[in-house]
Design a protein around this ligand. Structure first.
Ligand code: ATP
Length: 269
């Protein structure tokens, strides 16, 4: 009953083009993960291949980036949220950490994605349980990370909104030693790229100016906010369709198309 419920790792289906903006971030991630995979001989020349830490505000695409890199490199993807691994039974949390790595090795080449890493590996001594569960979890995590070197076909990506809360020993060379900041796309050009990437999943009327939608968005909109905006527009389109069905003006099987009016509705609420 204590067993950790994680499924078998699979290759995800998120492509680079599903992620808008973040050009520099994508480049850095590919150089860290893909380059050593394609040119393993470079490892002996001093090219490092350890863990990567993505940090920055929520909803900016960290999970999406980690999945996309797995897809692009044809690696399986094992995603765990820090808090999921913490268990009240003595010894079980460390066992969970061990199990994650052993599942990843069995599914190699594999990327392990630790979301909310700060909750799994808070600063030791500061977590208020010195010598307790969290200390042992951090130690186990460090041991697993240090053990990865020989194989090289399991890669670890961590994500956090609060890198300052992390146990600093995690950031030493050979561990999560590459830090990449994933921020909010503030300029309108990259916001437009984010919107285009998201809208690719919906049908949009030719009369909609995405440029115009972006101009009317607040400057601090994250990718997740942008997705919420498109979902609101979708709600408006569904309501319109229901009304038209009721009036006999539409059929069930016609596609849902987002119009300029739907985006107006979404921007107003
Ligand atoms: P958290 O810290 O809350 O886990 P996160 O940074 O991992 O957030 P994601 O889960 O990757 O954020 O993003 C949430 C959703 O927002 C994605 O599923 C996607 O729909 C959308 N999104 C975020 N950033 C982008 C982007 N740059 N391009 C396209 N979609 C994005």
């Amino acid at each position: 009953a204590h067993a950790l419920a994680i499924g078998a790792p699979k290759i995800p289906s998120v492509r680079w083009q599903d992620i808008g903006g973040l050009q520099q971030v994508k480049r850095e991630i590919l150089d860290t993960v893909q380059l050593p995979l394609e040119r393993p001989e470079l490892l002996s020349l001093g090219l490092r291949r350890a863990g990567l830490l993505l940090y920055g505000p929520p909803g900016t695409g960290k999970t999406l980036l980690a999945k996309a890199v797995a897809t692009e490199c044809s690696m399986t993807f094992l995603s765990v949220k820090g808090p999921e691994l913490i268990n009240m039974y003595v010894g079980q949390s460390e066992e969970n950490v061990r199990e994650v790595f052993s599942k990843a090795r069995a599914a190699a080449p594999c990327i392990i994605f630790f979301d909310e890493l700060d909750s799994l590996a808070p600063n030791r001594g500061r977590s208020g349980d010195s010598g307790g569960v969290m200390d042992r979890v951090v130690s186990q995590l460090l041991a697993e990370l240090d053990g990865l070197h020989s194989s090289g076909d399991v890669f670890v990506i961590g994500a956090t909104n609060r890198p300052d809360l992390l146990d600093q020993s995690l950031l030493r060379p050979g561990r999560f030693d590459k830090l990449v900041y994933v921020g909010i796309n503030e300029d309108k050009e990259s916001q437009l790229q984010v919107l285009k990437a998201i809208v690719g999943k919906f049908k949009v009327d030719a009369g909609v100016s995405l440029q115009d939608v972006v101009e009317r968005c607040p400057p601090q909109l994250t990718g997740a906010d942008m997705y919420a905006l498109c979902s609101d527009a979708m709600t408006s389109a569904i309501k319109r369709k229901i009304a038209r069905l009721t009036d006999g003006l539409d059929t069930e099987d016609s596609p849902l198309i987002l119009t300029a009016e739907d985006f107006n509705q979404a921007l107003d609420c």
